[in-house]
Structure formats: C-alpha cells, structure tokens
Design a protein around this ligand. Structure first.
Ligand SMILES: [Zn+2]
Length: 472
C-alpha cells in the first residue's frame, strides 16, 4: 500500500510519461519530496528556487484542496490520492407563455419538463450570453445556447477559419475556410434558430474593451485558449459581478467550473498566477482530441442554461476534471480565497491590468537565446560542419517528419538525458515551431553547452528548404 500521485498530462513528460506514481510518505509534502527525488525535472517545474510550491500549482488530497487542510503538512495515509492540478468557463397556450406558436413547437421538449416549463423558457428568451471565442469550446457552446433559445448571443472573435480548425470547431464548415469565424458562426446560428439575435464583435478582447463588451450580458462563457485572455475574462467578470462559465482543454483532458459567481471562487482563487510562458503548451503545439471541446463546451452550455433558468446546483465552488483516455470525471471542491488579489477581502487589483505582461509574455526571454535560420542550418549541413542537430519533439512527431541526421531527445526527458550530449560540440536545437527548442537551449546553456535555436523549427525547414518534409 502507498499513496498514488496523479499527474496531469502537461507534467507527465517530466516524469517519464507516467500518469500516476505510487509513493510513500506521511504528509503531502513528504510524498512530493519522494516524487521529486525520482524526477528532478518535475521539481524545477513545481517548486520555486526556495523550495516552495509555485502559485500556479494546486495540490488536492483525494477531493480536498490541501490549502484547506494543513498545506504540504497535511497528513496522508495508504490508499490516498494526491492530485497535482496546475493551471494549465407545458402545455401552456401561446399567450400565457409569451412564446409564439413556432417557439412552442421548437422548445416543446423544454416546455414539458416542469423544471424548465414556459417560465424557464421565457427566462432563456430574455437572457443574453457572451461567448468569448468561436473556436473549439465556443462552437458547441454557441450552437447549444442558440438551439436552447437564449435571446441574445454575443460572440467575440477576430480569427479566420483555417483548415486545421475543422477537426473540432463544428460551427464552421469547409466552405468557410479563409472567411472570418464570426461570419460563418452567424450564418450557422441564424440557420439553426432565427429567434436568436447573434451579435458579433470582430475584435481582440483587451483591457480597454472588456468591461464595455461584458456589461450588457448576463453570463460570460470563457472559451479562450490562452492565459492572458483567461485572466482578463476572470477579472472583468469579478469587477462587473458577472458569472463566468469556464472551460479549458488540452489533449485528452478538460476542466470546467463556474467562476466569479456571488460568494463563489474566481479563477484567481484557484490559480493566483499563470504558469511561466511555455510550460503548458497551447493546443496548436500539444494537440487536442477533436471531440474534447465538444464535451467541455457542452458542460459550459449546460451550466450557462442552469444559471439563467435557476436550475439545479451550479458548478460554483467546484472544479470538474475530465480525462477522456481514462474516461473519468472528478469533481474537486474549491473555495473562495479570502486573500485573492481581485475577489478577496482586500483586493489589490481594482481595474483591468496589462495581461500580456502579467503572464510574462512581454519579458521576451527568447531574445537572449542565440538563433540560426533554417537557411544557415542547411549551409552548415552542406558544408558537413561538426555539430549535433538535436530534435526535442516527441517520438510520434519525429515519426511524422524529421531532418536527416538529427538526434531525438524529447524536451521533457532532457534534464535526465543531456549527459548523452558531447560538450565539446556545438548543439543546434529544433522542434516544430521553435518554442520548445528555445527552452531546451536555455536549459543546455545553463548546463554549460554551446547551444543555438533553429528559428521556426521543422515547419520553417519544410516551407523554405525541403518541401518533401511533411508539415503537421
Ligand atoms: Zn478570487
């Protein structure tokens, strides 16, 4: 018997790909120490140099947040699970119901349920929801909310439909590739339910426009895919007192909750700070199962409808975790943090801030990293110069496309395997687009290697040097 430590997908590469590790210890802290002793790479991700747990990491013992017990000193016993959760949204007549004949027919299955009925349907008709993003999460969200009869549906998006969106963004079709997402979203939603007023905002959500955009909506549904916008949505919701139906996805895993509701925690209560840039890969870099946003976006739609119609028990104060591979759901209890910088007793954030800077995206750690273009790399290879070409992608990506002569050491295993590299030789590092390899260069330089990053990664190589190398 021992304690099981469950690792989320984003951290598994730092623990040899393991999902769960059995360890011994009397407290949560002892169990984590045992984990770090086995996987040094993980320690650096989760602890500050002073040995404290980083702010974007939460530890749960079974269902309970360790912060609500005794923190890392919380006792654990055989059979317990320690979870690491990083940051990584009838029968009435028409006149009685205030609904047209067409609406009575359309919403029949709602109307015959006593919990919804004509009253609930009217609440939906009189309500307004703002979807931030018309992508993977925004697609099922907007489709179901329109189908359910939400009166006014706002959508904020300034993106254009790309072929690679169609695997999951079911609002858009092949015909829409190259067109603004708002245009195809509006057409699809109006075709589904002409009773719904669809309002498009073709703009990037910023600190300058968020409060103005949000103020006329009852519920905000966060379907964003990046940390700066996520914190912006959270803070704007808290400042305006609007509930935030939250969802996020990565590969095979998703999270959902309702934040910023009266007396409930906000996203910052759960994750006071974002992870450092690059630790949690984006879906464009790490991939996502196409159906996954369908599941999580649908949960957001259900929660939104519950909030509007006053149904059931909303997902306030609870974080739902979904693992599609294990086909497991977990619901963790989360509490309002009295010291939360925005919704706590003495808030320090009283207006919207610069979220790019807050998420560390303006520090540009990349600028200090030496880079080489794919053209210069080709010239070096042609001249048969002596250096190691290191590929830090995952093995399945290496199978899809590779530059001949490269050596594969995935980024997550580099802290364990860098000893295999020859310090007397220059190391030129590449990945898919240049992000992961920049982190590898930083790491190798800290270990005394002469390391250089290939700007644009293998995608640039495929575009500009060798089109026979497939892009993925
Ligand atoms: Zn808070």
């Amino acid at each position: 018997m021992s304690v099981q430590v469950k690792l989320p997908a984003a951290l598994r590469p730092f623990a040899s790909g393991q999902e769960s590790v059995a360890l011994e210890g009397k407290t949560a802290g002892e169990v984590l120490d045992a984990l770090f002793a086995k996987h040094e790479g993980l320690k650096k991700q989760l602890l500050t140099p002073e040995g404290k747990l980083r702010n974007f990491v939460n530890v749960f013992i079974n269902e309970d947040d360790a912060r609500n017990i005794k923190g890392l000193a919380s006792p654990v016993k055989d059979g317990d699970t320690v979870l690491i959760v990083p940051a990584i949204a009838g029968g009435s007549t028409a006149t009685e119901a205030g609904l047209s004949k067409e609406e009575l027919a359309r919403y029949h299955r709602h109307l015959i349920m006593p919990e919804v009925g004509p009253e609930g349907q009217k609440k939906l008709k009189n309500s307004s929801v703002l979807c931030v993003g018309a992508g993977g999460l925004g697609s099922p969200l907007a489709l179901y909310l329109a189908a359910a009869g939400v009166g006014r549906l706002g959508i904020v998006d300034f993106d254009v439909v790309d072929h690679s969106n169609l695997q999951r963004q079911i609002l858009h079709s092949t015909d829409s590739v190259g067109k603004p997402k708002l245009e195809s979203a509006k057409a699809r939603l109006n075709a589904l339910n002409p009773n719904v007023e669809v309002v498009g905002y073709e703009t990037k959500l910023t600190s300058a426009n968020a409060l103005e955009l949000f103020k006329d909506y009852d519920v905000i549904a966060d379907g964003t895919d990046n940390f700066p916008t996520r914190y912006l949505v959270n803070d704007a919701c808290v400042l305006l007192g609007k509930p935030n139906a939250y969802g996020s996805i990565f590969r095979f895993e998703g999270q959902a909750s309702v934040f910023s509701a009266k007396d409930g925690p906000c996203y910052r209560c759960l994750y006071p700070e974002p992870p450092p840039p690059g630790l949690v890969p984006s879906c464009a870099e790490g991939g996502v199962l196409g159906v996954l946003p369908g599941v999580i976006g649908t949960i957001q739609a259900i929660e939104t409808i519950k909030l509007i119609a006053g149904l059931g028990k909303p997902l306030i104060g609870r974080l739902m975790l979904f693992d599609a591979l294990a086909m497991e759901w977990r619901t963790l209890k989360i509490k309002k943090n009295p010291d939360c910088p925005i919704c706590g007793k003495n808030p320090t954030i009283k207006q919207l801030i610069d979220y790019e800077a807050f998420c560390g995206l303006k520090e540009k750690p990349v600028s200090a990293i030496p880079e080489i273009s794919v053209e210069d790399l080709k010239a070096k290879l042609d001249k048969k110069e002596k250096f190691v070409l290191l590929d830090v992608r995952e093995p399945h990506e290496y199978e899809l496309a590779k530059i001949p002569g490269s050596k594969l050491i995935p980024l997550g295993t580099l802290p364990e395997k860098f000893g295999e590299l020859d310090k007397s030789q220059a190391i030129i590092v590449h990945c898919k687009m240049g992000g992961r390899s920049a982190r590898a260069v930083q790491f190798l330089k800290s270990k005394g290697f002469d390391a250089t990053n290939v700007a644009g990664g293998i995608n640039a190589w495929s575009e500009r040097i060798d089109p026979s190398v497939p892009q993925y």
